[in-house]
Structures are given as structure tokens and as C-alpha cells.
Write a protein that binds this ligand. Structure first.
Ligand SMILES: [Zn+2]
Length: 289
């Protein structure tokens, strides 16, 4: 049976009270299916499992605002060559009996990447579809493109594809220590890598230099690529880059960054939980994990 991913904004549908870490290794053909919501619906995702009216149609699932087939992927991220059905629910939709909505971010922090990546991919497509119902050029209702996962405007012909917003994570080192900063807006209190969105006309290396300069006031030399991770909140692709301190003293901007410092593995502040690329890069940079 193909996976079914039920999403509602940044939430995924999981069995009520489920331990997310356990779901990652749960039933199905592989851990990547751990967050499939297939059990909540019949095989076609057309009706809630059990108790569905005999004449139920796909539209009969209360609160479903969009349903589509996830394209087959051969990407390594989820290791999934299979597509699946995505049921996208409206903002206030109630879950089927015995199931509950859970922020995908919780899964990111509680299971291996391969456990949540396919659900994240489903969510990214659902997010994009929800925000591309109308043509960005002329404002008319968009139509499906057909075999490809895109939209085409029947009125003006504009074609659009799922949007991906690249953002860099800067692994900046100086004398063997790593630059970590505490974001002024983030209530988590975690210290993490300098991050920021790539702007039009920039290379990734330009972005690394600009973001570090803007946020903490130092000049760095961008060295090379370290890895990437799709991050569907709502559509980022995080790209890790190594960089070397070149000049200047840390001077947090006070707007985005409240505090910044150089850290070794022996005296770390609170850092992001496992699951994110930022944590993976921090661990690698400091020889942890
Ligand atoms: Zn148009």
C-alpha cells in the first residue's frame, strides 16, 4: 500500500499519543514510512478508516482542502522511490478518531532524518499548492500542469513550480573554535550557526560572507560546501558552508542576533536538538556525536 501523508499546515497526522521515536522504526516497508498516515484512511485515501458513509467520495473526508499524488522521488533524502497520496487539511480541521495533529518539528527533533523526510516532502508540496492556487502574474485561478508537479495559468500561460528558498548555514571557525550565536527572536534559547536566505544575484559564498558580516560584524572567507537539508517550514533548502574568520571582532547586530561567541566542545551553550542540519554541522565541526 502506498503511503498516505495527511498534513495540516505545519502539522502531520499521527496516531493519538504516539511516540514519534518509535514511529520512525514502525510498520511498513521501511523507516522512511514511519510518518505515513495510511492507517487513518482507506487504501485510496478516500474515506476515514471505519465508519465511513457508503457513498463517500474523496471530498467526504471532512476538512480536506486538497489531495494530490506525491511525485515519485529517487532522491537520497528519504530514500524513497515511491510517491504517495497527500491529503491536505484546512487550518482548523479535526483529526479522524484515534489520530491527532502533531507539529512536524517535533518529529524532526525526535527521529532520524530518514523517518521524517518523506512527510516533510509531502508537506512542502502541500504548502506550495496551498499558496499557488492563483496565478502570481495575472491573479487568475491556476490549473494543474499535468504530469509534472506544477501549475499553469489558463488565462495568461504562466507556469510555476514548487518554490524552494535556499538558505545558508555558516560553520565559521577561528583558532579551532566555532562561531555560535543566539537569535534575538527565537524563544528556544539555543545557540546555533549564523543562517540566512540567499538573495537574488548572490552566490552561496557571497551569502555566507554577507550574513556573517551583517549579523555579527566580522569578515570571513567562505571555504566550501558541507551538506544540505530540505526544511519545509515552509520551503527552505538549508545549505551548510564552511568559512574561516578573516578579520574583525564579534559585534552582534542586536536585532537578529542577541549574543555571539567562539566555542569549543568543552564549554558549549545550549545547541539545537538532533535532527536539524545545524546540529549535524555543529557536531561535525566540534568532533561531537
Ligand atoms: Zn495568469
Amino acid at each position: 500500500m502506498s503511503p498516505v501523508y495527511a498534513v495540516r499546515g505545519a502539522d502531520i497526522l499521527v496516531p493519538a499519543g504516539a511516540e514519534l521515536a518509535a514511529l520512525a522504526e514502525a510498520a511498513g516497508d521501511g523507516p522512511w514510512r514511519g510518518l505515513s498516515s495510511a492507517g487513518a484512511f482507506d487504501a485510496a485515501g478516500a474515506t476515514p478508516a471505519g465508519g465511513a458513509p457508503a457513498d463517500a467520495t474523496p471530498a467526504a473526508i471532512a476538512g480536506v482542502s486538497d489531495r494530490f499524488m506525491l511525485p515519485v522521488s529517487t532522491g537520497a533524502m528519504g530514500g524513497a522511490a515511491e510517491g504517495g497520496l497527500v491529503l491536505s487539511f484546512a487550518k482548523d480541521a479535526e483529526p479522524p478518531a484515534g489520530w491527532e495533529w502533531r507539529p512536524l518539528r517535533n518529529a524532526v527533533q525526535n527521529m532520524p532524518e530518514r523517518g521524517w523526510a518523506p512527510a516533510a516532502r509531502a508537506m512542502a508540496y502541500a504548502n506550495w499548492r496551498a499558496s499557488s492556487r492563483y496565478c502570481g502574474r495575472c491573479g487568475g485561478p491556476n490549473a494543474e500542469l499535468g504530469a509534472e508537479a506544477g501549475r499553469r495559468c489558463p488565462a495568461c500561460g504562466a507556469v510555476s513550480f514548487p518554490r524552494i528558498s535556499p538558505a545558508i548555514l555558516a560553520v565559521v571557525k577561528k583558532d579551532g573554535k566555532l562561531l555560535l550565536a543566539r537569535n534575538a527572536q527565537n524563544a528556544s534559547g539555543f545557540w546555533s550557526l549564523i543562517a540566512g536566505f540567499v538573495e537574488p544575484g548572490e552566490t552561496f559564498e557571497d551569502c555566507v560572507r554577507r550574513e556573517v558580516k551583517e549579523e555579527v560584524g566580522i569578515e570571513v572567507e567562505a571555504l566550501g560546501y558541507l551538506g544540505s537539508q530540505p526544511w519545509p517550514f515552509p520551503d527552505q533548502l538549508m545549505l551548510g558552508f564552511e568559512a574561516r574568520w578573516a578579520s574583525g571582532e564579534l559585534a552582534p547586530d542586536g536585532v537578529e542576533i542577541a549574543e555571539a561567541g567562539w566555542f569549543g566542545p568543552e564549554a558549549l551553550p545550549p545547541i539545537p536538538r538532533v535532527g536539524s542540519l545545524s546540529r549535524r554541522l555543529i557536531d561535525a565541526a566540534l568532533g561531537l556525536g
